[in-house]
Ligand binder design. Structure first.
Ligand code: S3P
Length: 172
């Protein structure tokens, strides 16, 4: 296995708090926060829903992988990834090289409630989002689990506490 970097990489399903927690962890450590979804949006000059509509999911995944890869070699970052990052084994390899991988989880009910607050997630624009979430979670759970160095359930915990536990785990 290769060298591991000093970054913290947050993985997990949509709605598990990767961006908000990531921002906090970065502030707490005095590190820079980077959001891979944001990098894709900036690179393409279009919102994620627009990219999916105009170019399809395959294209989005290509850009997403390229953005993650472009971080290789960086140090001292807190990186939030998109929920689908683990669906490509090459992304997991890159994430491992970047550093400590934290899997944020939440119950299906909490995820459903959180993601219902926006319509910015193309994969959940289905007839029955709850069923879609359930199916995708079942498919992805083993992938997140295999990639993670540390796991934390955000369902009931305030972000401040999630953040404190991640910082502690990363430093131990
Ligand atoms: C996706 C999650 C989204 C975004 C895109 C696809 C996924 O990111 O990358 O809509 O496949 O789970 P968040 O997890 O930040 O919502």
């Amino acid at each position: 296995m290769g060298e591991r970097g000093t970054n913290i990489v947050l993985i997990g399903f949509m709605g598990t708090g990767k961006s908000s927690v990531g921002r906090r962890v970065a502030a707490r450590r005095g590190h820079r926060f980077v959001d891979v979804d944001r990098m894709v949006v900036d690179k393409e000059g279009a919102q994620i829903t627009e990219i999916f509509e105009a170019r399809g999911e395959g294209y989005f995944r290509e850009v997403e992988s390229a953005m993650l890869r472009s971080l290789a070699g960086a140090e001292g970052l807190v990186i939030a990834t998109g929920g689908g990052i683990v669906t490509r084994p090459e992304n997991v390899e890159v994430a491992r090289g970047l550093g400590f991988i934290v899997w944020l989880t939440a119950s299906e009910a909490v995820i459903a409630e959180r993601v219902a607050r926006t319509d910015k997630r193309p994969l959940l624009r289905t007839e029955n989002p709850r069923e879609t979430i359930s199916r995708m979670l079942a498919e992805r759970r083993p992938l997140y689990e295999a990639a993670a160095d540390f796991t934390i359930d955000t369902s009931e915990m305030p972000h401040s506490e999630v953040c404190a536990r991640i910082v502690e785990a990363a430093e131990s």
